[in-house]
Design a protein around this ligand. Sequence first.
Ligand code: SF4
Length: 917
Amino acid sequence: MSEIKLFIDDREVSVPEGSTILDAARIAGSYVPSLCHHPDLKPIGSCKLCIVSVEGMDQYPTACNTPAAEGMVVHTCTEELQEMRRNTLEMLLALTNHPTSCLFCERKDQCTDLRECMRKFPVTVGCKYCPNDGQCELQEVVQFVGLERIRYQTSFRGLPVLREPFFDRDYNLCIMCSRCVRMCDEVRGQSILFNNPNFHRNHWIGPESLQEADCKFCAACVDVCPTGALFVRSEKWIRPDSTVVTICPYCGVGCSLTLKIFENKILSVTPSREGVVNRGQACVKGHFGLEEIVHHPDRITTPLIKRNGQFEPASWDEALELVVQRLTQIKEKYGPDALGALSSSRCTNEENYLMQKLARAAFGTNNVDNCARVCHAPSVTGLAACFGSGAATNSFDQIEDADVLFIIGSNATEAHPVVSLKIIKAARKGAKIIVADPRKIELVDWASVWLDQKPGTSIALLNGMMNVILREGLEDREFMERRTIGFEELQKTVEEYPPERASQITGVAAEAIIEAARIYARADKAMIIYGLGMTEHTTGTANVMSLGNLAMLTGNVGRRSTGIMPLRGQNNVQGACDMGALPNVYVGYQPVTDPAIRSKFEEAWGAVLPTDPGQTSTEMMERNPGKEIRGLYILGEDPAHTEPDINRVRSTLQSLDFLVVQELFPTETTRYADVILPAASFAECDGTFTNGERRIQRVRKAIPALCGQENWQTICRISQMMGYPMSYSHPSEIMDEIASLAPMFAGVRFDRLDDGGLQWPIPSIDHPGTETMHADNFSCGLGRFNSVEHRPPAEGTDAEYPLILTTGRRREHYNSGSMTRRSKGIMWVWPEETVEISPADARELGIEDGEMVSVRSRRGEVKTRARVTDKSSRGVVFMSFHYQDVLTNLLTNAALDPQAKTPEYKACAVRVEKIKG
Ligand code: SF4
C-alpha cells in the first residue's frame, strides 16, 4: 500500500493511503478527542469533538471520517477548536443530563473528601467516584478541552441501575455515543441492541432484559463504553494493582486476555486489543468465565488420598510417595505397559511434553494419549494423509479475505465464537457462505446455501459436490497435474455419486448440492472450515480426507484465504498432539517406530525407550484382555464424563489397581481416584499454548499456584521419585529442549513469542513462522487424493430408537462443564441441559416446550427438559455434554473410527418420551 505525507501540528508524518486525519494525528502523537469513534467501528463523526483545522479548507472537518491527503496541513488544538469543543461538550452533557457533580455519584454516602474532588473537577462532570474514574474517556476530554462549568440547567435522571449477568447498565452515565449499539451490530453481527429499542433510550422503560433479548454476553458493548454507563460488576470500585496478558484456557481459538489482578486475585478479565487472534474480542467464557472459577471454593488445593472410601487431605510428600510406590509396584509386577498416562489438551505444551516424557522414559511405555483422541485425531490422520501435515493450513485472519467459506460440521458461533466473527466479517465484505449441517445453526442466516444433511452423510455430500465439479469442468487441472497424485482413483469413485444419488443419501436437495459445488469451485479463494461434526464419526478420518480431496481438486490449497481450517475444541489440543502426547509419535510427530528417531530421543533423554506404539485413550478404556491398563495417571481430563458410553468407562476406572487424577475440581473421574493431586490453573502457570491455527502463544503466570506448585513441577517430582531425573528451573528450559529435538519447533524460544506468538513450522531461530502451509510443496511432496466411499453411522434408527441424537457445545459452557458450571453468571445465562427437538417431532410425541422428557439409547437413559426449536431438523435431536446431572455420554456410542480411534459422538439412535406426571 502506498504512503502519503502530511503535516499534523507542524510535524510531518507518513501514513498508508486510506488513513483518516485521526489516524495520522495518532501517529503524529497529537491527541484529538473523540467520543463516538472507536478504531474497530466505522467512523460516523457524530460527536463532533474530533474537529480539526485544515489549511485551505473553510470548514472544520471531523478527523475520524475525513481522509488524510498528500500535503495536507492540519492543526488539531487551536484555541478556536477548543472553544468549539467546549461548547459541543457542554451541550452534550446538558442534553444527556450526565451527572455534573459528585452529588449524583453512587458512593456519595461514602465520600470522604468532596472538596478535593470539587477542586479537581470544579462543577463539571464530578466523576471522582464514578466506577470508571481514572479510565473515563469523557473525563479525559473534559480535562483536555478545559471545560469548567455548564451554563445550562441539568437534572439527574435517577434511572435505576440495571443488573445483568456480569455487568451493570447505568444510563445516568450514558452520553448516547452509540458505540455499544454499533459494536453489537458491526463487529459481533448480533444487532441485539439495535433490535431492543429499550436498550439505549434515555428513559429505560422496558420489561425486557438483555437475556430475554438473546444477548450472548460477549460484553463487547461494555468494553467500548467511554463512560461508566456499562460496567463490569467485579471491578466496580476496585482498581487492579497489576495486569497480566495471557491466553484463554477454553477453546482452540486462543484469544489474548488481560487479567486484572488485585492482591493476588483475578478481579476481572478483558480481551486484549493487542491479541493478534482476537483483536479485543472474546466470548462470554473468556470474558466472564474465569475470575470466579480460578478462586472458587471447590478448587482442590491439597492432595487427597482415598482411605476407607473417603478422601482425606495429605501432604504433597505423602501423596507423591504413595503415587510412586503404587505405580512402581504395578510396573514391576505386570511390566511397563500396564501403566498409562492421559495428558491434557487444557495444559501447556511444556506440561504435555513432560507427561509424554514421563510415560516413555520413567514409566517405560508408549501408552500416552490426550483428549484429541475424542475430538480431532481424525484431523491429524486425515490431513496428514492428504498433505503430509495434520494441522490447519492457513490463519484465522485469512478467513476475512476469502471469496467463499464452506463451513461443514462446525457450529462456530457457539463453539468458536471469535472465529465466527471473522466469518461474519467476510460475509459482510461479500464472501459467499455455504453451510453444511444437520441443524439450522446461526451461520445459516449468513449462508447462500444451506446443505441440511442427515448426520453421518458428509462423504456422500462431498463426493456429490466433486461429481458436479468434474462434470462441469470446474476442477483445476493445472494444479492437480503439478501438485497431486491419485486423482484417477478419486475420479472413479465420485462418478458413482451424481447429485441425485448424493441427495438420496444425504437428504439434501440435488439442486443445493449443485449450487454449492459451483459456488465453491468457481471462487478464486475458497476456504473450508470444519469442526467436530466431521471428525466425531466412525468415518472421521475419511470425512477429513474427503475435504482434502475437494480442496485439491479445485486448487484451493497453498494460497492465502484458501485451505482447510479444522476448528480445535480445547485450548491446547493442537499443542498436546504436537508435543507427542500420543501413543505413536514423539514431539513434532516423529514416529516412535523409527529406530533412528528413537535413538535420538534415547540419547537426549538418557533412557531406553519402548519400541511399539502404545494404546490410545479409547483403547485404554476398553480393558483389552492381555493388554489391560492397571495403573493410570490422568492429568486434567474427565473421561468418566466426556468419553462415550460412560458406563463402560466407569467399569474400567473402577477395575484399575491404581488411579491418580490431577485436577482443578472434583469431577466424575476423581470419584474413581485413589489419589487426587491438585492442579494449577492456567493463571498460575508459565508456558505456551498452541491454538487451532498452529500459533504458539505465551501463557503467563498471573498469581501464585493455589496448590503450592505448578503442574510441570509435580510431573518432575513424580519422575524423579520414580528414578528418572527431570530437572528444569523454568518452563522456558522445557521449550528449549523441545526446540532441540523437534525440527518443526527448532526456532521457538520464549522471548520470540512475546509479540503475538509464532505459527509452526518454525525451523530456525530467524524463521518468522508459517502463516500459509503447502505454498510451493505439500509437506509430503505431492498432495495425495484419497478416494472414500459413504458409510452410514455405526448405529441406525429403528422403531424402538427412531431419532438420531447428535451432540455438541453451547457457547456458554466448556467441555464437561467442571469449570463453567462453577460460574454463577454463566449458570444464570445457561443453567441447565435440554434436549433440542424439532416442532414436528415434538408434536408427534406430544411433547411441549419445557416439559421433562426421558432420552434413552441402547446404552443408557437421561432425564432432561425438552426445548422445541426449529434449529433441530426432523428426526434429529441435539444435546450438549456440559452438565453433571444430565450425563449425555451415558447415551452416546463408543464405536470408533478405525484409523484415528475417535468415537462416534455425532450420531446414535435414541427414543425421546414425555415423563408422565
Ligand atoms: Fe476466545 Fe475461545 Fe476463549 Fe471464547 S472460549 S474467549 S472464543 S479462546
